[in-house]
Design a protein around this ligand. Structure first.
Ligand SMILES: [Zn+2]
Length: 287
């Protein structure tokens, strides 16, 4: 199964339950597959959840030691196993490490993120929000979803050219890109080291950084010829040696496609004068 199939199946599922407010009710989702949620006090700290049938009744069990956000995700993840028909591969899998998760587990995570942040409800919020990690973390809080899942969904759905990158032990493990970046082939190589000049890399090295920072787009994007200035907002989690970075183009616009730096400079500086219309900064900026 590929990711698109998992996404489409998740959207079908969401349409059946039709949630209308955040945080969405995971109980209603569980009820849709005839399951009740059960909080298990005897699970090991690293375990998240499992499904079991007790006297003909289907139960989704979540770990009492996990917080509410994690439990909500687990419920949706377990629903994914059931709906997609993918077996659990939870042995020795860490809940936080992307690198160590199997492809089937990642598909179930993708499905779960679609349930927690349904496209129809979440997309309008994304377009209204300011681009930046703190505004995304506020959204996560309001939606009862994890910061990583929310940031990843945000970058995927936002209209502006934007990407969200997750690195573990200094290596890029995951990158979500908006349609604008995917279409422009802004490629962030996986398994590569965080770029030296990036704010993410400097934060990880314990160097000062006043995020969001401005930097050339080709610091992050491989074989990038459009130029342009990226804004990078980054955070580093020492505990797990996990680094995240949100990237977007200033003014939320993709630089035009030209490989000649002189021509690019002319376009950037010259055109505004030619049409005689002064660019109105407030128009492009978000609140
Ligand atoms: Zn699983």
């Amino acid at each position: 199964m590929d990711e698109l199939t998992a996404v489409l199946r998740a959207r079908e599922f969401v349409n059946k339950v039709a949630p209308s407010v955040f945080p969405v009710s995971v109980k209603s989702y569980a009820a849709e597959i005839g399951a009740a949620i059960y909080v298990d006090a005897d699970m090991a700290p690293y375990e998240q959840g499992y499904c079991v049938e007790v006297r003909g009744k289907f139960r989704i069990c979540v770990n009492e030691k996990d917080d509410e956000t994690r439990r909500r995700f687990t419920v949706c993840h377990e629903i994914a196993h059931r709906v997609l028909g993918l077996p659990s591969e939870h042995d020795g899998v860490s809940s936080w490490s992307y690198a160590k998760r199997s492809p089937n587990e990642i598909l179930c995570d993708v499905f779960a993120a679609e349930l927690l942040l349904p496209y129809k409800l979440f997309k309008p919020m994304v377009e209204k929000a300011a681009i930046g990690l703190s505004s995304i973390y506020d959204l996560a809080e309001g939606c009862g979803a994890s910061r990583l899942a929310t940031a990843s969904r945000f970058a995927t759905l936002v209209r502006a050219p934007c990407a969200f990158v997750l690195a573990e032990q200094g290596k890029v493990r995951y990158a979500a890109r908006s349609t604008a970046l995917r279409e422009a082939r802004a490629w962030i190589p996986l398994r590569a080291d965080l770029p030296n000049a990036s704010a993410a890399s400097r934060l990880r090295a314990d160097m000062a950084c006043s995020c969001p920072e401005e930097l050339d787009a080709d610091v992050w994007f491989e074989n990038w010829s459009r130029g342009g200035i990226l804004l990078e907002d980054a955070r580093h989690l020492q505990k797990w040696d996990q680094t995240v970075a949100l990237l977007w183009f200033e003014d939320e616009e993709m630089p035009s496609e030209t490989t000649d730096p002189r021509q690019r400079e002319e376009e950037e500086n010259g055109l505004a004068e030619l049409d005689g219309i002064l660019p109105w900064p407030g128009k492009k900026r978000r609140k």
